[in-house]
Design a protein around this ligand. Sequence first.
Ligand code: NA7
Length: 546
Amino acid sequence: HENGEIEDLEVLVVGMGFGGIYLLYNLRKKGYKVRAVEAGGGLGGIWWWNSYPGARVDTSLPFYELSDEALWKDWTWKERFPAQEELQQYFQHVDKVWNLSKDVQYNTTVTGARFDQEQNKWTVQTDVGTTFKCRYLVLATGFAAKEVIPDIKGLETFKGPAFHTAKMPKGKGAIDFQGRRVAVIGTGASGVQVIQELGPIVQQLTVFQRTPNLALPMRQRKLNEEGEQARGKRDYKYLFELRKRTTAGWDYSYNPKKTFEVTPEERNALWEELWEKGGFNPWLGNFSDLMSNREASDLMYAFWRDKVRQRITRPELIDDLCPDTAPSGSPFGTKRPSLEQRFYEVIQQPNVELVNLNKRPILEVTPTGIVIAEGNNATKECSLDIIVLATGFDAGSGSLTKIDIHGTTGQSLKEKWTKGTRTHLGIATAGFPNLLFLYGPQSPGAFAIGPASAEIQGDWIISCLEDLKKLGKTRIEALTVAEERWAKLTNDLMNMTLIPTSSSWYIGANVPGKVREATNYIGGLPAYTKAIYDCSDNGYEGFVLN
Ligand code: NA7
C-alpha cells in the first residue's frame, strides 16, 4: 500500500519483539489478513533499540528464544547470555525462516487509534501518514517502549551527544566512545552493562549512582557448537514445555523450603551453589520466602554484600557499592538484579569516578559538563564529551498510554488509567473493544521469560480470535467488574511480597507521579495460564462478545 491509503485488515499487530513476531507468523499461518507496524528499523523490539555498548540479555539459552523447531534446528548460539548483536542476528534468522518482513511496515510509530462503533473496527494513525483499518488491534509494544528521562536542569543545553540507553544513535552518526570523557547516569541493568563496557575504553568515566545495584554474577561463557549445543538441542522440546510450567519460565522454580527452616550450614551451602551457577539462580532459585520475609531478604543481602566486598580493593567505595545493610528502597530480591561480568573491577579503575547522588547531587548540566554539589556549598564541574542516561523505563502501561487511543467512552486510555491500570487478564480493558495487549501490564510480561510469556499469551489471543470467528462475533470487550477483580488480584499478589517496599519499576515507583501498583502479574506462568483458559472455557467470563 502507498502512504495515506487505508488498509482493511482483520488484525494489526503493533511492535515486532518476540510477542508481535509470534502473533504475526501464527495468525498468518491460520489465514488471517494481518499486518504489523514497528517503530524501529528492524525486528527484535528492545533488541533493535538497545544497542548501547554491552547490551546483553539476562536470560540464558535456550529459554530466551522461540520454541518452533523450524527456527532453532539451524540456529547456533555463541554465548550463554547473548549480546545485542547476536540477538539481532537471531532475529534476522527468524525473519528469513518465517518470512516476516514482507508484512511489516518498519520505521512507523503508531500515534493514535479510534474505535468505530458502527463497524466494530479500529482506525489506526501513524507518524508517517499511513492509516490502517482493522477489526482487532493488538499492541505488542513491550514493557520498555517509553524511556524515563530525568528532569535535570540544563540537560538540553549540553553540547555533546546526550541520549538514553535505548536511543543511542546507530549507523551514520554513531557514537565513538574511545578516549572520550563520558558520564553514565543510573546504575540499573543497562547502567551496569554500559559501565563495565565503557570503563576500559574511555579516558574518563563518571558514574552517577542513586541506588547501588545488587548485581549478581552472570557467569557468562561461550557455548561449544558441536558438543554442547547439539547435545542441548535433544532436550529443547522438553525444556520449552518445562518453561511454561515454572514460575518465571526457567527450568527451576523457588526452592520449596523457607530460609529459616534449614540449618545455617544448609542455607549457606545452597547459596554458595546458586552463586556458582550464576545468572538469576541466587534470586529465583532461592528459598521460597526470599521475597516475602524481610529477615530472609536481609540475611541474603549480607551474603551478597560479603561476596562483593571480597572484590573491593578500594575501601572508600564500600559504603557506596555494598553498604552494611540493604540500600533504602532496595531490599534484596525486590528489584530485578543486574547480571554483571566485571562491573566491580571496572568501577574501581583509576579512570572511573563514582558519584553517590545521595551525598553529591547533580545541580545542573552545562554545555560542557555536569555540576555537582560537593558539600559545604562547594560545587564541582565534571567536564564531559558524552552523557549516557541509563535511567530506565516507564514500564508496562507507559508503552500503551503514550499512544492516543480512544475507545467507546470518550476517554483516552491514558485518561482512563490516570488513577490506576485496569485490565482483564492483562489482555484487554473495558471501553476499548477489540483492543488486545500482548506482554502488557498486569500480565506475567517482564516477570517471566519474554518468549515464554509471549507464546502463552499469543496462543490464547489466537484461540480467542478463532473462537470469535466460529461464533460469528465481531466484538469482544472486557467488563469493568472483571478488570477491577484482576487489578485487585495482581496487586494482592504483589502485596504478599516485599516488592512494594522498594522503588522498583515492578510497582511503578521509578517514575515520578506514577500510581504505585503492580505493573506485572507475579503469580507465575502456570497460574496465569490456568486463569486465561478458565476464562475462555467458561464462555469468556468477564468479557462481552457481540
Ligand atoms: P532500571 O533498572 O529502572 O534502572 C534505572 C537506573 O537509573 C536506576 O539505577 C535508577 O536509580 C536510575 N535513575 C532513574 N532516574 C534517575 C534520576 N533522576 N537520577 C539519577 N538516577 C536515576 O532501568 P534499566 O534500563 O537499567 O533496566 C530496565 C530493565 O531492563 C531491567 O530490569 C532488565 O529487565 C532489563 P534508582 O535505583 O531508581 O535509585
